[in-house]
Design a protein around this ligand. Structure first.
Ligand SMILES: NC(=O)c1ccc[n+]([C@@H]2O[C@H](COP(=O)([O-])OP(=O)(O)OC[C@H]3O[C@@H](n4cnc5c(N)ncnc54)[C@H](OP(=O)(O)O)[C@@H]3O)[C@@H](O)[C@H]2O)c1
Length: 197
């Protein structure tokens, strides 16, 4: 398969890229500073990436940032930032990818455990993750040409040790489980799923 991984240099994206390379797929790495450059917060940049990259079997998005702050300090602007920088950015990619993914291909977004488990300072992140998870359920049901749409919703990664103190009591997820979740979304047959890892 020819797979575009947006955010391929990050914690999750690098696991995704190496998993699919080890499975014999061609991985196209994209980020603001990657082999293929894109700023996911700029719809024109997203369109330019897809217009220049040719037909794809699959698109994976493992990028999207959110502000973290105590509930009483999160501002309206913080919620707008979380929604636009993570949820809307990934939704824009999915909308654009629908025109560039082959019949029966797939689009996989990335949400996160904060859609279902609380941590202090995580309310804006929870909103963004929940929006992504709601989107894939309905978008998958309507997607044309047999294209499958899913989200992977990871717990905190073992490799993101700087975040572990925030996720007290959660079980950090090893890279092999991250790879398995994205393989299910891309190489499997599921659609409209929120795949937890
Ligand atoms: N790490 C975790 O434990 C964890 C757990 C659950 C969910 N998540 C979610 O998974 C996603 C990825 O997390 P991560 O920890 O892998 O992040 P990360 O290590 O910070 O990597 C982010 C990746 O996205 C790229 N990127 C950042 N902003 C971008 C932009 N505006 N346009 C294009 N590319 C951009 C970065 O490369 P450049 O800087 O070169 O652009 C990098 O490749 C995030 O949405 C995060 O909330 C993470």
């Amino acid at each position: 398969m020819r797979i575009l991984v947006i955010g391929a240099s990050g914690h999750i994206g690098s696991v995704v890229a190496s998993t699919f390379e080890s499975h014999g797929h061609e991985v196209l790495a994209a980020s603001r500073s990657g082999e293929h450059t894109v700023d996911i917060t700029d719809p024109a940049s997203v369109r330019a990436l897809f217009n220049g990259i040719g037909e794809l079997d699959a698109v994976v998005v493992a990028a999207g940032s959110v502000p973290f702050a105590p509930l009483t300090e999160l501002t309206r602007d913080d919620y707008v930032t979380a929604f636009t920088s993570k949820a809307l950015a990934q939704i824009d990619i999915a909308r654009t990818a629908l025109e560039h993914v082959r019949d029966g291909g797939s689009i996989t977004l990335t949400s996160g455990v904060l859609a279902r488990e609380p941590i202090a300072t995580g309310a804006a992140a929870a909103v963004a993750n929940g929006a992504i998870e709601s989107f894939v359920v309905t978008a998958a049901a309507e997607a044309p040409r047999g294209i499958r749409i899913n989200a992977v919703s990871p717990n905190v990664l073992e490799s993101s040790a700087d975040l572990h103190a925030l996720f007290a009591g959660q079980r950090p997820v090893p890279d092999v489980e991250i790879g398995r979740a994205y393989a299910l979304a891309v190489e499997g047959l599921v659609r409209g799923r929120v795949i937890t890892a």
